[in-house]
Design a protein around this ligand. Structure first.
Ligand code: MIG
Length: 763
């Protein structure tokens, strides 16, 4: 395609290459991050904000007919046809372009395909019509991870996916190629090597991780630029940090958002919501948030409230607030076409809605009937939409849940040629589709930040790479089926590896009827997932915690309480995550990359480095085959120590979710509360698992941005043999703990704590 390599020009860290039939460039972003680019430079990134380039020494030289760009860590070879090969500085190959002929595993003729289609099968029609493809050679031992929100298993080897935000109401099974989010980033793990590739292109794109052939994998796109980042690292955590360095770190969330959220499509009246809140408190299910689905609105008009069922929403929200409940409201992008409805009128007057190529305002059908779609890519529209959040914050709404933003309609995908805006550039739906939800959640984030002032809490269904800067996410309309509980673990782990740290599934399952057993096993998993919300569809069986009687309620409560006990641990992970860019929920392969036993481990995960969760995800199962990596672990329930590096069977009756704690861990815990902040906490309580380790604990107001000005305390806890030291290494917050309480080996010691360094021997 590019032809022979003719010449090059080095301009600092950017090296331009001239080929017979085109040009391309290599940009040294850091010593370990290289950008490969060819195309239209006026298309700006939707994922990367600001200039990420760091000063790095690089050189260009000729080697055997190729040019080689060297940094401290990498050697990048550029040859004819813009072939790009990555080596480390010891000349070990990391990632090479494939030079053979592409070959399909299956060749079917079009008549046969047509017959299959006639019978109702969805046929594989992807036959390589891409604008360009990047085909990389495989050695045979690659595993692939990441790719954002995808179906199936942890390791993506042998599967193919597409990036095109899709609202697909049918069950999300293994072969479904696209869901609501598109995060074109993956990690390749080989024996002794690991790297990541971020393909920064918003058009519909394709990722074939060795489905077509054992000799290569590829990524491709319908349009846009050849524009990818090669991210090297010594470890998989380096690669994830490299990716989040580029696309942004997730800001620390408000502490209450780490609590339990109760939702349903829909709680339809003030009476119902108040009764729900009362029931939650009566049943002693700790809970911080109630979510209001579309029926709180007047005729599904966004930024309105149905006054006939909610007399004074402001009073309701303030009364709920006194009981510790925060209310989160859903918002869809579709604006009802109705003269006299201010959101519609303003948008119409100012030209804020998407148009057809002929210049007419485009309409489609969603909940409110006929709707128009805001053109979020236009900066005035983004500001307008963020200002709209004031309607909600003025009433006391504490979080916004952005739905239907693929964008979705009742008639399938919107046409690709609709006119959208990108900054001040006129463009089309094909280019903006995958970032529509991202821009909507960015507008929401900015609005909440401006009008509420606290750290915004946004949940989105659709997004693109880099969304972690503004929003949390849930995995959309899963089903109340065991396959979806199983899938939830790899799905959230891969989202986490793709930068999205604050993610969750609808606990209990959204579509169709859950069962008591499925709900229990789901809450046992869900209480450890970062975003912990029970949500279900209007036509299905109720699945609030008390829906199935006392036994289910008791077990449900036990796991919600466990989550509340561990909130400080989750909060610390988010706090350090803003600095490191590492996720809260982690597949074992992230921390134990060279352990063959975890490369395809789909039914266990870590929370940070200390907790290992092995939930039951099979109907009827009352025991589980647990694998623990090498090292010493403790059974959370019995405190028995176990040597890892092996698999064993753990009994797991219906009230038990197997949980393990790594030796040397320190877990900060809270006493039981009905909601975050109910009690004044004056004691730093540490659950200590003997061994060697260090731990950082953070204390601040849990809601404002003042931690960024140093208004927080940081405690460094060090455990060596049986000696524990606790020291306040940053003292910027005026409140502090008065007592230090340590639990270990079934014993408890409590001592006064005055912010000085404390050193004790645990005996
Ligand atoms: O077409 O607002 O994924 O969580 O309850 C359904 C109603 C629209 C889809 C969301 C779901 C929500 C539902 N919404």
């Amino acid at each position: 395609m590019f032809g022979n390599l003719l010449s090059y020009e080095k301009d600092g860290q950017v090296i331009h290459f001239q080929f017979a039939k085109g040009s391309g460039q290599i940009e040294v972003i850091t010593n370990t991050i290289i950008r490969v680019f060819s195309g239209d430079e006026t298309i700006h990134s939707q994922a990367i904000e600001g200039d990420k380039r760091q000063e790095a020494v690089c050189s260009v030289s000729h080697v055997n007919g190729s040019l080689v760009v060297r940094t401290k860590s990498l050697a990048v070879y550029i040859s004819d046809d813009f072939k790009v090969d990555f080596y480390d500085n010891q000349n070990h190959s990391l990632c090479l372009d494939y030079r053979g002929v592409r070959h399909q595993r299956t060749v079917v003729n079009t008549e046969e395909l047509a017959l299959m289609e006639k019978e109702g099968h969805a046929v594989n029609s992807n036959v390589g019509i891409h604008k360009f493809e990047v085909v990389k050679a495989m050695d045979g031992d690659e595993s692939f991870y990441g790719l954002g929100d995808k179906t199936g298993f942890l390791n993506k080897r042998h599967y193919a996916y597409e990036m095109w935000n899709t609202d697909n109401p049918s069950p999300h099974v293994d072969w479904v190629k696209a869901l609501y989010k598109s995060i074109p980033f993956f990690i390749t793990l080989k024996k002794n090597y690991v790297y990541g590739i971020f393909f920064d292109n918003t058009y519909k794109s394709y990722f074939d991780m060795g489905k077509e052939s054992e000799d290569y994998f590829y990524f491709a796109s319908d349009n846009g630029n050849l524009n990818y980042y090669f991210i090297a690292g010594d470890t998989m955590t380096d690669v994830v940090s490299g990716y989040t360095y580029l696309t942004g770190h997730m800001p620390v969330p408000q502490e209450w958002t780490l609590g339990y959220h109760q939702s349903r499509w829909s709680y339809k009246s003030e009476t119902e919501v108040r009764a729900l809140a009362q029931k939650i408190r009566d049943e002693h299910i700790p809970c911080d948030a109630i979510h209001m689905d579309i029926d709180y609105m007047d005729s599904f008009k966004v930024f309105t409230w149905d006054k006939s069922h909610f007399n004074k929403p402001q009073n309701m929200l303030s009364d709920l607030g006194k009981e510790g409940f925060k209310v989160v409201t859903i918002i869809d992008p579709g604006v009802k076409v109705e003269k006299g409805y201010s959101v519609y009128d303003e948008g119409l007057e100012n030209g804020y809605f998407i148009t057809t190529p002929e210049g007419n305002i485009y309409t489609n059908t969603v909940w409110p009937g006929e709707v128009v779609y805001p053109d979020f890519g236009k900066s005035e529209v983004l500001t307008w939409w963020s200002d709209k959040q004031k309607f909600l914050t003025d009433l006391g709404v504490r979080g916004v849940w952005d739905d239907m933003n693929e964008p979705s309609s009742f008639n399938g995908d919107l046409p690709q040629n609709l006119i959208f805006t990108d900054g001040n550039q006129k463009t089309d739906h094909a280019r903006m589709h995958n970032v529509y939800g991202q821009l909507m959640s960015k507008a929401t984030y900015e609005g909440l930040k401006k009008y509420d002032g606290r750290r915004p809490f946004v949940i989105t269904r659709a997004c693109f790479a880099g969304a972690q800067k503004y929003t949390t996410a849930w995995t959309g309309d899963n089903h109340s089926i065991w396959a979806h509980l199983q899938m939830a673990i790899p799905q959230l782990c891969n989202l986490s590896l793709s930068g999205m740290s604050f993610v969750g599934t609808d606990v209990g399952g959204f579509v169709c009827d859950t069962t008591p057993e499925l709900l229990i096993r789901w809450v046992q998993f869900g209480c450890f997932s970062p975003l912990f919300r029970n949500h279900s569809a209007m036509d299905c069986i109720r699945q609030e915690p008390w829906s199935f009687g006392e036994e289910v309620l008791g077990i449900y409560r036990k796991y919600v309480q466990l989550r509340y006990k561990l909130i400080p641990y989750y909060y610390d992970l988010f706090f350090s995550g803003e600095k490191t860019g590492l996720p809260v929920m982690r597949p074992l392969v992230l921390q134990y990359s060279q352990d063959e036993n975890v490369k395809n481990l789909n039914d266990e995960f870590l929370v940070g480095e200390s907790l290992l969760i092995a939930p039951i995800v099979e109907q009827g199962a009352v025991r589980k085959l647990v694998y623990l990596p090498k090292g010493t672990w403790y059974d959370y329930w019995t405190r028995d120590s176990i040597e890892g590096g092996c698999a064993f069977v753990r009994e797991a009756p219906i009230d038990t979710c197997p949980v393990y704690v790594k030796a040397g861990s320190i877990l900060p815990t809270w006493p039981m509360q009905d909601y975050v902040g109910q009690k004044k906490i004056d004691t730093l309580e540490l659950d200590v698992y003997l061994g060697n380790g260090i731990y950082h604990h953070f204390q601040d107001d849990g809601e404002s941005f003042s931690y960024r000005d140093g208004v927080y305390n940081e405690y460094l806890c060090t455990l060596a043999n049986r000696k524990l030291t606790v020291e306040c290494i940053h003292n910027g917050y005026f409140l502090y703990y008065e007592w230090l309480c340590i639990h270990f080996e079934g014993k408890t010691v409590t001592i006064p704590f005055n912010q000085e360094k404390i050193e004790i021997t645990l005996s």
